[in-house]
Structures are given as C-alpha cells and as structure tokens.
Design a protein around this ligand. Sequence first.
Ligand SMILES: *[C@@H]1O[C@H](CO)[C@@H](O)[C@H](O)[C@H]1NC(C)=O
Ligand SMILES: *[C@@H]1O[C@H](CO)[C@@H](O)[C@H](O)[C@H]1NC(C)=O
Ligand SMILES: *[C@@H]1O[C@H](CO)[C@@H](O)[C@H](O)[C@H]1NC(C)=O
Ligand SMILES: *[C@@H]1O[C@H](CO)[C@@H](O)[C@H](O)[C@H]1NC(C)=O
Ligand SMILES: *[C@@H]1O[C@H](CO)[C@@H](O)[C@H](O)[C@H]1NC(C)=O
Ligand SMILES: *[C@@H]1O[C@H](CO)[C@@H](O)[C@H](O)[C@H]1NC(C)=O
Length: 374
Amino acid sequence: MGLPSFLKLKLHLFLVCLLNVLTISSTELTKEEAVLFGGNFPALYVIGDSLVDPGNNNYLLTVVRANFPPYGSNFEGGKATGRFSDGKTIADYIAMYYGLPLAPAYMGLTRRQKNNISTGINYASASCGIFPESGKKLGICLSMSVQVDLFNRTIDKNLKKNFKTQSELSSHLAKSLFLTVIGVNDYAFSYNKTTQDANEFANRLLHEYLIQIERLHKLGARKFFVNNIKPLGCYPNIIVKTVPRGSCDHELNLAITIFNDKLRASLSEMHHRLFNTSFLYSDYFNFMLELRGPSSNRASSNLLNTTSPCCPEAYDGGLTTATCLPVSSVCKEPDRYIFFDPRHPTQIANFMYAIRCFQERKICHVVKNSTRLV
Ligand SMILES: *[C@@H]1O[C@H](CO)[C@@H](O)[C@H](O)[C@H]1NC(C)=O
Ligand SMILES: *[C@@H]1O[C@H](CO)[C@@H](O)[C@H](O)[C@H]1NC(C)=O
Ligand SMILES: *[C@@H]1O[C@H](CO)[C@@H](O)[C@H](O)[C@H]1NC(C)=O
Ligand SMILES: *[C@@H]1O[C@H](CO)[C@@H](O)[C@H](O)[C@H]1NC(C)=O
Ligand SMILES: *[C@@H]1O[C@H](CO)[C@@H](O)[C@H](O)[C@H]1NC(C)=O
Ligand SMILES: *[C@@H]1O[C@H](CO)[C@@H](O)[C@H](O)[C@H]1NC(C)=O
C-alpha cells in the first residue's frame, strides 16, 4: 500500500533530519535536549498499554488481542504480531529514530533470548492501566506495577549476566531510555464521570503513576520518555455514542486534561528533585486532537478520514463490532485513516507522531525545572 506522495516527501525529510541530528544538537539544543533528542541510548524499555503492546497479550488469557489479520497488514511482511494497528506503533518509530531494534514483547522471549538482549524489552499490555484493577474484567493483562516488577526481574535474572560489574550494569540502566505510554484504560474502565470527581480521580491515578516512576528510578532508570493520556473522548468508540452523534465527549477529555496537567507539573518537580534524571514529555493528547481537527491541519484532514475506524468498516459501536475481528470488513486504504480500529491509530498516524515529535519538535519537550513546586 503506497504512501501518499506528500508523506513520501515527509519521510525523506525525516530521514535527512535523522542524519543531521548531531549537527542540530550541537548548535541549537541544550545539553539535556541533545541527549534526549540525539539518542545514543543503548536500550529502549517500554511500559505501556495497547498503544505500544507488541504482542505481550498473545501469551495471556484474554480476548484483548490483535494477533490475527487484518491487524499487521502493513507491518514488516504483513505479519499480525499482536500490535493494535495495521503496522508500526509509536514505540517502534521511537526505537527506529534512536537507531535501536524494535523492542520485543517480554512475554514472547525464551529464557535464552532474555539473557542475550541488552537493547531493550517491551512490557506493554493491552487493556491494562495504572490502577491494578483497570481492564481486568476483559481478561488477564499486565498492569503498570506488574510491568515494573517484570523489569526488576529482567535486571536480576537476565541483565546481570550481560554485564561484568554492577557499575557497568548501572551505567547501562542510567543511559537507557524508558518509554511510558499508559493511563487511558484507567479512564476507560475505572472512571465514571457521573459518580467520580475528576480532580480526585486524577490525584489518585497520578499518585500511583509516580510510585511506579520512582520504582523505575530506584532500579536505575534516569532517562524517561513520558507520553500523556490520549483524548479518549474523541475516539470512534466514544463518539459513536455521543449526542449529537460524532461529537467529542468534552467532559471526558477535560477529566484527562486535568490528569495530564498534573503529570507534567509532577515531572518538572521530579526533575528538580532527582539527580541526573531527565524527562522528555510528549503531548500525545494534543497530537491526536490536532490530527483529528479539521481546521488546524487541512492537508491531512482532506486526505485522511479522521472520524471512522478502518476496521470494522461499518462501525456502529455495537457489541459485535466493538473491535476489529478476523471476519470484519476492512477499508482498502488504511493510510487514509487515522484510526485503524475504534480504539487505536493506524501506522500512518503513528508515523506522523514521530514527525511531530522528532522532526518538528512540536509535541515533545524536555521537562525543565518547575518554577513553582506542586
Ligand atoms: C545473541 O544475540 C546475538 C545478536 O542478536 C546473536 O548473534 C547471538 O547468536 C546470540 N547468542 C545466543 C547465545 O543466543
Ligand atoms: C456511572 O454510574 C452511574 C450511576 O451509578 C450509572 O448509571 C452509569 O451506568 C455508570 N456509567 C458507566 C459508564 O459505568
Ligand atoms: C526488585 O526485586 C528485589 C528482589 O526481588 C526486591 O528486593 C526489590 O525491592 C525490588 N525493587 C523494586 C523497586 O521493586
Ligand atoms: C534545576 O535543578 C537542578 C537540580 O535538580 C539544578 O542542579 C539546576 O541548577 C536547576 N536548573 C535551573 C535552571 O534552575
Ligand atoms: C550524575 O551522573 C554523573 C555522570 O554520569 C555521575 O558522575 C554522578 O555521580 C551522578 N550523580 C548522582 C548524584 O547520581
Ligand atoms: C470515513 O469512513 C466512513 C466509513 O468508511 C464513511 O462512512 C465516512 O463517510 C468517511 N468520512 C469521511 C469524512 O470521509
């Protein structure tokens, strides 16, 4: 499936930009920006949900899986790996940008493979979230604290074998990048806007999130790439139920914004408090909102269907069409949609994320010290 020509041009510019990263960083960026945008990370470790799950759920007792066609139709060799998209996820594009192999699913690795990987592992699990109970009604999944437990286990059982001394291991961990993309399932499954206070919910969720970030820090992580929570209120599975039909659930988006604002402030506070710790904050929320918006991005909204999923093609929000199934009818050109299924973006949207983050630097920013402590 060919890319539209304007995207081919973008891809070309993107690659040229990659080659120029070092030049750019020595001229325009602060030292911290040069490190976080310039890369040179030995490994990428991923903590997340279905936006970045590369197939961990294939090995868990759950119906929330994507290891069958039409998922993966645009992935390397058209393989349905378990990624919830037609192709690559943002974790894949982030790995590629930094010149690393795509981080493999932890659950799919043999003991021997685990012992021999020092370029990163992905622990992300679809349907799970930050609260241990979020998404569990749908089946087994790995919540954020379990993912951090597994990373702890990786250090103890596997990584220690790869490094001769404790200080070499510590240096590896301190130089590695820790990507987090998690939290939307807490809003999807644990938040009820009619019975819960948005501010109180955000505080509780953030508290749990920061505990896990601090645990990663305690284990040796020093470089974080933190994505905020997506605008769930504008996703096909929500807008199919709104009145008027097709409009965003602004109340839900506002609740998520409250969390996102607190998250950003907390990272700034942590950056100030923790030595040698840097955060790249990515505004995934506004990225998706702008991609969807008609006025802000005319070129893409003329070319892309920004409201309906590619699969199932006729989406009515009913139970049988809640996700993309092996029997679902699929659009012919996923590259012309921003949503592949009702809850997940297409590869082209994920690719655009990489452009906005790394090339244009519109959505990704190095977190600076806070002027005001929270
Ligand atoms: C370890 O990984 C490297 C590179 O991926 C590979 O060449 C090598 O054969 C692997 N070794 C073992 C023992 O699996
Ligand atoms: C939220 O709670 C109200 C009142 O208990 C209930 O009627 C409604 O169905 C709940 N909504 C969801 C999405 O669970
Ligand atoms: C990591 O695992 C070890 C051994 O099981 C445990 O003692 C330690 O508290 C764990 N660290 C974190 C941050 O969870
Ligand atoms: C930011 O905080 C660090 C301590 O974490 C401090 O060393 C540094 O000087 C501060 N920078 C600014 C610009 O305040
Ligand atoms: C910060 O990092 C530098 C260089 O990596 C190291 O020498 C120093 O000990 C670290 N400081 C702390 C407080 O960890
Ligand atoms: C998006 O796709 C859906 C289903 O394929 C179609 O009904 C809808 O008209 C399309 N919207 C636009 C703006 O093209």
